[in-house]
Design a protein around this ligand. Structure first.
Ligand code: GRF
Length: 206
């Protein structure tokens, strides 16, 4: 571990927060030199909030129905993240597309995890899309976020086999195990200053 201050991570969630938990666990074990500065949810009942509170992490419920414009919602999200001095933003099951307001506020410092091997099967129900297509392998992708749907530069991917008798649930569970490892590994690379972005390519130093 370096003498540098820990990277301050803001995590955006909408749901159960197993990825958030995996990140918290790896920070607490000393594997990732970071601190979860805040967890922001657009859903008041997201279980991820309970997980965060258990670890003494500040939580903010920031619901979107009050906002008629997505950019206004994002402007307030940026203000919250800045108030916690966040260096890196993690979308851990955050079910909204970001506008340029968020993307420009944290250039190449917003990461998302997607449950497929992008550019295959972007958007919702990626696991079901993979099953319907009949692929033998799917997996997960960690990428930087731009204003498209799962289109930003790819940081890491992990391949997961698809079994003949898989359902959306069984495939999702297998992919989710890989997500927890892959997201943590990508965050560690960022925190350790090993990532550079050149156009669409993400370069990782040894
Ligand atoms: C994950 O499957 C992730 O790929 C997708 O949303 C899900 C979040 O799960 N973006 P969790 O809330 O981290 O358990």
């Amino acid at each position: 571990m370096s003498g540098k201050a820990p990277c301050r991570i803001g995590v955006l969630v909408s749901g159960s927060g197993t990825n958030l938990q995996a990140i918290i666990d790896r920070i607490e074990s000393g594997e990732i030199h970071a601190e979860v500065a805040c967890v922001i949810s657009n859903k008041a009942d997201a279980y991820a909030l309970t997980r965060a509170a258990r670890h003494g992490i500040p939580v903010v419920v920031h619901e979107n129905h009050r906002f008629s414009k997505r950019q206004e919602y994002d402007a307030e999200t940026v203000a919250i993240l800045k108030s916690y001095n966040v260096d890196l933003v993690i979308l851990a099951g955050f079910m909204r597309i970001l506008t340029n307001v968020m993307v420009n506020a944290f250039p190449h410092a917003i990461m998302n995890i997607h449950p497929a091997l992008l550019p295959a099967f972007p958007g919702l129900h990626a696991q079901q899309q993979a099953l319907d297509y009949g692929v033998r392998y799917s997996g997960c992708t960690v990428h930087f976020v731009d204003t498209g749907t799962d289109t930003g530069p790819i940081i890491m991917q992990t391949v997961v086999p698809v079994e003949q008798d898989d359902t959306e649930e069984t495939l999702s569970a297998r992919i989710q195990k890989a997500e927890h490892q892959t997201f943590a590994a990508a965050i560690k690379l960022f925190v350790d200053g090993k990532i550079k972005v050149k156009g669409r390519k993400v370069l990782i130093s040894p």
